[in-house]
Design a protein around this ligand. Structure first.
Ligand code: URA
Length: 434
């Protein structure tokens, strides 16, 4: 078997055998296949695709490339959630405590932000003292004790994905359905949760730019999950504007706290209720989503969901006084307001551009070594469909970078499209796929 013949085969759209796929994953992980040949194969896959069975084999080989985390010592059905990546997406920090407050184990390995998308670990680190480097034993013990733990990847999970993703990122081969499916599911299934809900984002701030492709991706992820005998449900949701109002690490933690108190943005709250209700039904806690939503809302009203975030922070060494009094979060020194220049309605907000502005203000990474300014970012004041009058506040910028302010104001104004009222109201949840 050799890589040249496999590239040639896929270039002509032929189906790869299990042995060929395993050979490619193993030898690439062990540096026996050079990047230039793997890049050629990725591009052939990009154009010719992989069928469900090839995608399943690829996912399996990627799981086998590293360690697996055995969560079987966690009592009860473990639930997990994953988003394909967006701007201002604080759902994990709201959904996790909500679900855990109802006794459902939520053991999650999260990632860091890269580019215009944020990462839960960075957000958590804006809480002083918070440890995210839990060992597998701590992850299991904490989840058994308080039903929730959120950690970074400590062990060597899916090294094949790390190498492949880095290569895809620089060869314009990220947005392929089979490659995304294998990348996400290999990480999730190496972790071993019983029930998984996936939030597939579509729109200007997401990898999937159109609904058709998001549906195709969702169907592939459901088919491959079934082959692993894993229970997965998918929501396809809009990333045509940032989720919630806050973009930036401390700012998003503050927003998550407000949402857990019941005062957060409706879109973020409703999405968490919907994702949470799916997890509660899958775990067997509830028989229908309506019942689950009632329970989740009850725990927001009675304070138990917020209390669960306090417990999570304390358990992982963080200073929970910040959760009780979010005004303690230190935001960046420069605060600059951005005002509307015309009357009308917000037609759209370019989420990608907003994410890039927040990144440049200090909230995100250009490379993986970028040091973040955790108090920087943007708070939007207007969302799609809101009425705007000239001079109204559109957004507030927080940064320590003097030289980024002018550009940020210009780009935020550019991201907001203001005009006639949209004929259809903004839709957050497009589709549910099971
Ligand atoms: N997120 C991942 O983890 N992998 C992808 O390929 C795309 C989004």
């Amino acid at each position: 078997m050799n890589i040249y013949d496999i590239i040639e085969k896929k270039k002509h759209g032929q189906i790869l055998t299990d042995e060929e796929i395993k050979y490619v994953v193993n030898d690439f992980t062990e540096d026996k296949i050079p990047d230039y040949q793997m890049a050629a194969l990725l591009m052939a896959i990009y154009f010719k695709g992989l069928n469900v069975s090839e995608t399943y084999t690829l996912t399996k080989a990627m799981i086998e490339s590293g360690d697996k985390i055995d969560l079987s010592k966690i009592e009860g059905k473990k639930v997990d959630k994953h988003s394909t990546g967006g701007v201002g997406d604080t759902t994990t920090l709201v959904l996790g405590p909500m679900v855990a407050s109802l006794g459902i184990p939520f053991a999650k390995m999260s990632g860091r932000g890269l580019g215009h998308t944020g990462g839960t670990l960075d957000k958590l680190e804006s809480i002083p003292g918070m440890h995210i480097d839990l060992s597998t034993e701590e992850l299991i013990d904490n989840t058994n004790e308080i039903k929730i733990a959120i950690a970074g990847q400590t062990s060597n999970i899916t090294p094949a994905d790390k190498k492949l993703y880095a290569l895809r990122d620089i060869t314009a081969t990220v947005d392929n359905i089979s490659l995304i499916t294998s990348s996400i599911l290999s990480k999730k299934f190496a972790m071993g949760a019983d029930c998984l809900v996936l939030d597939v984002k579509v729109g200007s701030g997401a990898f999937m730019k159109d609904l058709e492709m998001a549906e195709e991706l969702s169907k592939m992820m459901i088919e491959v999950s079934k082959k692993f005998n894993r229970h997965t449900k998918i929501l396809i949701t809009s990333m045509e504007e940032p989720l919630g109002y806050a973009i930036g690490n401390s700012l998003e933690v503050i927003e998550a706290i407000e949402t857990l108190k019941g005062h957060g943005p409706r879109d973020l709250y409703n999405l968490c209720l919907k994702l949470g209700s799916k997890l509660l039904v899958m775990s067997g806690k509830c028989t229908c989503e309506e019942e689950a939503i009632n329970l989740l809302e009850e725990n927001v009203k009675n304070g138990l969901a917020l209390e669960k975030l306090v417990e999570l922070v304390e358990k992982q060494g963080g200073d929970s006084s910040y959760i009780k009094d979010p005004s303690k979060f230190k935001l960046s020194n420069i605060k600059q307001e951005v005002y509307a220049e015309c009357d009308g309605y917000v037609k759209s907000i370019d989420a990608l551009l907003i994410g890039e502005v927040a990144r440049d203000l200090g909230a995100g990474r250009i490379t993986k070594d970028t040091v973040l300014d955790l108090g920087s970012g943007i708070v939007l004041n207007k969302k799609i469909d809101d009425e705007v009058t000239k001079g109204d506040l559109l957004a507030t910028i927080y940064t320590n970078k003097d030289d980024e302010v002018v550009n940020a104001i210009k780009n935020i104004k550019k991201a907001y499209k203001i005009g006639e009222k949209n004929s259809q109201p903004y839709k957050l949840i497009y589709k549910e796929i099971e």
